[in-house]
Design a protein around this ligand. Sequence first.
Ligand code: CP
Length: 320
Amino acid sequence: MAINLKGRSFLTLKDYSPFEIRYLLDLSRDYKQLKRAGVFPQRLKNKSIALIFEKPSTRTRCAFTVACYDEGAHSEYLGKNDIQMGKKESIPDTARVLGRMFDGIQFRGFDQKVVEGLAKWSGVPVWNGLTDEDHPTQALADLLTIEENLGAVKGKKLVYVGDGRNNVSNALLTACMKMGMHYTIAAPESLFPDRSLGDWASKVARETGAILEIEKDPFKAVKNADAIYTDVWVSMGEEDKPGIRERVESLRPYQVNGKLMAATGKNHTLFLHCLPAHHTDGVHDMEVTEDVFESSNSKVFDEAENRLHTIKAVMVATLT
Ligand code: CP
């Protein structure tokens, strides 16, 4: 099947078919091999890319910047105090200005509606580098990492342990449903995902053979897991929100430690984390213990590297 993604935005994996996701994963693999061989096809030569960041970033910013450099594009970092979007200028006006000057726009920020507005008004591809709702470039890198380590993702079981409503879990749920994977969320009931996402998942799962489970008991949830995934207990921008202390308390039983990894019943279970991570220091409880984070099962730095190759694939596929 011929796949042509030219001109498309990448706001959520919900907008992409399993074939299109497969295509992006294959392209990512190709770009990874080419870079290892020192080959840079320069598919983005003479393109200019705007990188809007309302929130800080290490991996996403560096992945977009290096991908642009590798493929011959110019990237322009636009931090939250560098442009007037949302303050002195509306989203539609900013989008139309940037669309006249740039070939593509990356947005990282809070509101999914902003990235949707940029896509609607700019007339160029817009890529979601994280919002409060979604993190699709992360999920694509995670699929590639699972595939590299365990083979075909279809039928594999990924268990997300922690805040089941956060953007990374939403993106992974979407990715797994699209690719026919078994996705289990282990979370306290107060942090179960939004019901509308569950309704969407049931529809997609019927077509792809995926399974979605939501479970309170982390030990029951991880049984037979091929990969266990977690994220920080407090996301970016939430530090001062009311109820954070209660949330952290409710997540303490969901720490990924040696006992939980052993409860999978498998030796090869991967440990995944989108990073940045808080590994427990022996005094404060964090989402993962040092021994698991540093173990040979941990593929967190493969995931981080794969951000580069997958983001490069998304830009090339949607711009050329
Ligand atoms: N995983 C991730 O999005 O990392 P950054 O916040 O460093 O971009």
